[in-house]
Design a protein around this ligand. Structure first.
Ligand code: HEM
Length: 459
């Protein structure tokens, strides 16, 4: 039995990273558009850390900014049928992901969710532990190989990319990994780059113009994915990786298989939704522990007790208790998806307050996670708040993975991967800050502006 490594400390002993400053005055439409393009975090009002809802007009629509647990539940769970993902995010995602589980709604979404859910059962995810552990060892190696401070965000991106790529295509035969990786980076960049034209309300069917580079990259990815699908369909056993599971997945009601196009869009969706988000969670976790030596020591002691000089296996993963708490705390302070947008497609309500069809809701997870009324010392890094005695009882108080029927399908995959990679890194290295404050900027995900440089040395 692994010792429980509690890390309860008084607030003055806890690291307090800087918080993105909230808006304290009304701003013009032009300034809103400029901030939205540069860093949408900058439009969050300071008041949202204390109140739970602010409503007002924006370009002829009513916008409801919410930061309370009950309001989140009202939108994501209780009245979910009245809300759709925001047209802005759909315009940015659909040209690249198609009508996939992330962008679809109604019956198309329901069928995809039911068909894909079994691929994320615990026993399936357990098969990916060796891939995740190897990626963690490679990450530690890469961090130690650099001379001087190293951009951990870049290394974490490589790490989580390698995990998702191998989880999707385990053999990689006939597959130019570096060409596909380069194409995917271009596509993810395209998804994350907001243009002024994206901010002008327009009918949902209006196509978003893509740059030539992105069109070419989309072609490269589609051709590579199609070739893999054809090659695997020709085999008698489709395999146990995610591509194999997609090929053998059947709709529970009709028995129908996924089409090649559905599979290709799903592959791209898993990469887009699962690679950068997990890399971001790990990056902020490393930043936070770089300022907290006691936490690093406790994580190292946990790793030593659980897997020593080796690597964790599937039985070891549930014992990485503190590593998981650190990841949850990092995602509370820096949620990889800090704001979600929704649009009402019918008249509805938020906690009893009427909402008209066409109104917009901004779900500010960043403010929910640091809300003055919900958390003790909300801006402090305190992994112990996730211990069984202290963890929040209300599921809607922590929404790093979203909530309700559209909550993240890959949450357990991501938590397992992040705990394994973090434990392996701390078991082999020591991390320390290389410079002062780091500014979080939102480009769909909450990234550290200009990367995240840390000093890394062998333990
Ligand atoms: C730390 C890592 C991750 C974070 C923070 C995260 C966060 C989220 C959030 C907030 C949503 C809800 C979006 C919405 O309601 O509009 C979501 C949905 C989704 N995520 Fe994740 N995610 C992570 C990892 C992953 C991984 C590893 C995968 C797949 C391998 C994945 C696949 C998906 C998919 C397919 C959806 C759409 C689910 C649906 O609409 O039914 N995510 N994720």
């Amino acid at each position: 039995m692994t010792p429980s490594l509690a890390l309860a400390r008084p607030p003055h002993a806890l690291f307090e990273p800087a918080r993105a400053p909230g808006l304290t005055r009304p701003i013009s439409l032009i300034e809103t558009a400029r901030l939205m393009r540069r860093n949408p975090m900058a439009i969050l009002p300071e008041a949202l850390f204390e109140t739970t809802r602010l409503s007002g007009p924006y370009l002829g629509r009513r916008v409801h900014e919410v930061s309370g647990a009950a309001e989140m539940k009202s939108i994501l769970q209780d009245n979910v049928a009245a809300w759709r993902k925001s047209p802005l995010i759909l315009r940015m995602l659909t040209p690249i992901l198609g009508d996939s589980i992330l962008t679809a709604h109604g019956e198309s979404w329901r069928r995809q969710r039911m068909t894909l859910q079994p691929a994320f059962l615990k026993r399936r995810i357990d098969r990916f532990v060796p891939i995740m552990a190897q990626a963690g060892c490679d990450a530690a190696q890469a961090l130690l190989g650099a001379s001087g401070p190293v951009d951990v965000h870049g290394v974490m991106n490589d790490t989580t990319f390698s995990v998702i790529e191998q989880a999707l295509f385990s053999d990689g035969e006939g597959f130019d990994r570096s060409e596909v990786r380069a194409a995917i980076e271009v596509l993810l960049e395209e998804i994350g780059r907001m243009r002024y034209s994206d901010l002008i309300p327009s009918p949902e069917w209006t196509p978003r113009l893509m740059g030539l580079g992105a069109l070419k990259a989309r072609g490269v990815f589609r051709a590579a994915a199609d070739a893999q699908i054809r090659r695997r369909r020709a085999l008698t056993d489709p395999g146990e990786d995610l591509l194999g599971l997609l090929l053998s997945a059947r709709d529970e009601e009709t028995g129908a298989a996924l089409s090649d196009r559905d599979i290709r869009d799903t592959l791209m969706t898993f990469i887009a939704a699962g690679h950068e988000t997990t890399a971001i969670a790990l990056t902020w976790a490393l930043y936070l522990i770089s300022h907290d030596e006691a936490c690093q020591d406790a994580l190292r002691a946990e790793a030593d007790a659980v897997f020593g000089a080796g690597q964790p296996d599937a039985q070891a993963v549930p014992k990485l208790v503190l590593a998981r708490q650190v990841i949850e705390e990092a995602m509370r302070l820096f949620p990889p998806a800090p704001i979600l947008g929704r649009r009402a497609v019918a008249d509805t309500e938020i906690c009893g307050e009427p909402v008209r069809k066409g109104d917009v809701a901004l779900l500010a997870f960043y403010c929910l996670h640091r809300h003055r009324a919900l958390w003790e010392h909300p801006d402090h890094f305190d992994p112990d708040r996730w211990s069984p005695q202290r963890r929040p009882r209300d599921r809607y108080q922590f929404l790093a993975f979203g909530g309700g029927p559209r909550a993240c399908i890959g949450a357990q995959f991501a938590l397992q991967e992040a705990a394994i990679v973090l434990s392996l890194i701390v078991s082999r290295t020591r991390v320390a800050p290389a410079h002062g404050e780091v500014e979080p900027v939102m480009q769909v995900t909450l990234r550290p502006k200009g990367g995240m440089r840390l000093k890394v040395e062998a333990r």
